[in-house]
Design a protein around this ligand. Structure first.
Ligand SMILES: Cc1cc2nc3c(=O)[nH]c(=O)nc-3n(C[C@H](O)[C@H](O)[C@H](O)COP(=O)(O)OP(=O)(O)OC[C@H]3O[C@@H](n4cnc5c(N)ncnc54)[C@H](O)[C@@H]3O)c2cc1C
Length: 468
């Protein structure tokens, strides 16, 4: 499930073991979030997509076609049952499968720490901006403020410049020192380190101001766009005294890291643990991706953020374990390949974990959310309502959900769950004690008509009337 680097590499490896494989993704082609293909008829604008990404994505799609993996794109998984029954909405209607094993490689969701004005149209996720740029050749705005933390700041700011847009400034929660501390891990991927340095140089050449240890305070809609207020912060992301600045722009892209997608593993009641450095809650798994639920495997960023390069090797490891557990790979071959794949994953994972560390949730930024700011944008639940529920005795995220409807809307808590958990933890305890939203179907918004499919009323069996 998921045709990003992890899922696609897993499918290739599983197919090579002679397993019957179905690779399913709601997107229209393989590549996941990072290696997005352009729609038919679109030409790639030079420089928007890093050459290494374009090369790797095209190579992966070519390999899938060559290997004859059954790829079902435009298919969204909306439910998984305890026997791994997988329910999918396809362009042709609803289908279900009963696989012997399910490998979940569904990647991440981006985190935005709410601030005044964050739900205004024209304020969008940093990762979301990569989708606009990469798959639609489209700018977020004419003059854009790029805010948040982690490597996507540089990627998006560069993409905007290359596409002919203006970057008003890059605002980074991290300090220069935070970046320098990652240097030894970054050396594990000299190509990506070099790319990052080139991006930095391009921004400097273009005269883009880069403000480290700064965060966004508010966005106020004006006739021409937005006035975005920026302020200095400390290492925890909490505002500190010092001169703020206001940037007048017509788009704001903002992202505070990536949160592993655990909706399937939570739905199947797999065991999970919390680790801020890899994005938050993740399913417990061994190094081969086996979870606490028999037949359920996880791989890629959904199992803990480590970046695209590590995701591929992780997918291969999980597929190898899957083939082994289903009796398609001998113990000897398993042991041999496992060692090689673990070594293949080590260096990119080191690089990816260093980047994930820069994107870890900063509690001071969460604590600074104003009472009247909406946290759950599906259900319009404010920070004040979350604090009030905590004061009245809500002692875990599920109670908070029942009391306030936080996380009960169409996104099922994917957007707000991490920050809501952090807010509740600030009030009453640790992230472990407040837990996570219990997984519920539907995993994606689906209509009743899509699920019910084609039927005629006449075929519905009518029970006999009960005797009076
Ligand atoms: C929006 C976004 C943009 C990003 N952009 C970049 C970037 O530009 N550069 C970069 O280095 N990193 C980027 N990242 C991080 C990057 O996604 C990961 O490092 C890398 O792609 C992880 O690979 P993966 O295979 O684990 O997951 P992904 O590449 O995220 O692949 C997961 C796949 O699962 C599919 N999926 C999820 N749920 C379902 C479902 N219910 N039914 C069917 N299919 C489903 C998704 O459509 C997706 O294709 C981005 C992350 C996000 C969230």
């Amino acid at each position: 499930m998921g045709a990003g680097p992890a899922g696609a590499r897993a499918a290739l490896r599983a197919k090579a073991s002679g397993l019957s494989v179905v690779l399913v993704d709601e997107n229209n082609d393989a590549g996941g979030q990072v290696w997005r293909p352009l729609p038919d008829g679109f030409g790639r604008l030079p420089g928007i997509v890093a050459p290494v990404e374009a090369r790797d994505g095209d190579a992966l799609r070519h390999e899938l076609r060559q290997a004859g993996v059954l790829c079902l794109f435009g298919h969204k998984v909306w439910n998984v049952g305890s026997n791994l029954r997988t329910d999918v909405i396809s362009p042709e209607g609803s289908v279900s499968w009963l696989p012997s094993a399910l490998l979940v490689a569904t990647g991440t969701t981006e985190r935005v720490i709410p601030f005044a004005g964050w739900t205004a149209p024209g304020v969008m996720g940093l990762a979301a901006a990569t989708i606009l740029l990469k798959s639609q050749n489209m700018l977020p705005g004419r003059r854009t403020l790029v805010v948040g933390c982690g490597p996507l700041l540089l990627a998006v700011a560069n993409g905007i410049l290359k596409a002919g847009g203006e970057v008003a400034a890059v605002i980074d929660l991290a300090s220069r020192m935070d970046w320098l501390r990652t240097l030894s891990a970054l050396k594990a991927r000299p190509d990506l380190l070099w790319q990052g340095m080139r991006w930095q140089a391009n921004l400097r050449l273009a005269g883009v101001p880069m403000l480290y240890r700064h965060g966004i305070e508010s966005v106020v809609t004006t006739q021409a766009g937005f006035d975005a207020r920026i302020r200095p912060v400390d290492a925890s992301g909490a505002p500190v005294d010092g001169a703020g600045r206001v940037f007048s722009v017509d788009a704001v892209t903002v992202g505070h890291g990536l949160v592993p997608g655990t909706d399937v593993t939570r739905l199947l009641r797999a065991r999970h643990y919390y680790s801020a450095d890899i994005g938050g809650w993740v399913a417990e798994s061994d190094e081969m991706g086996r979870t606490s639920v028999p037949g359920l495997f996880v791989a890629g960023d959904g199992a803990g953020v480590a970046g695209a390069a590590a995701a591929g090797a992780h997918g291969e490891l999980a597929a190898l374990a899957c083939a082994h557990d289903l009796g398609r790979v001998s113990q000897k071959q398993y042991a041999l390949e496992r060692t090689g794949l673990l070594a293949k994953r080590r260096q990119p994972a080191r690089f990816g974990r260093a980047m994930a560390g820069l994107m870890a949730l900063r509690e001071g930024a969460v604590a600074a959310i104003k009472p009247e700011t909406v946290v759950c944008r599906c259900e319009d639940v404010t920070r004040a309502e979350i604090d009030a529920a905590a004061q009245e005795g809500a002692c875990d995220l599920n109670q908070l959900k029942a009391w306030t409807r936080c996380g009960m809307g169409p996104c099922q808590g994917r957007t707000c769950g991490d920050v809501a958990g952090a807010l509740l933890a600030l009030n009453i305890g640790s992230r472990e004690s407040v837990g996570y939203f219990t997984g519920r179907a539907p995993l994606r918004p689906v209509s009743l008509a899509e699920v019910a499919g084609q039927y005629t009323y006449a075929d519905i069996p009518i029970p006999k009337a009960a005797p009076l």
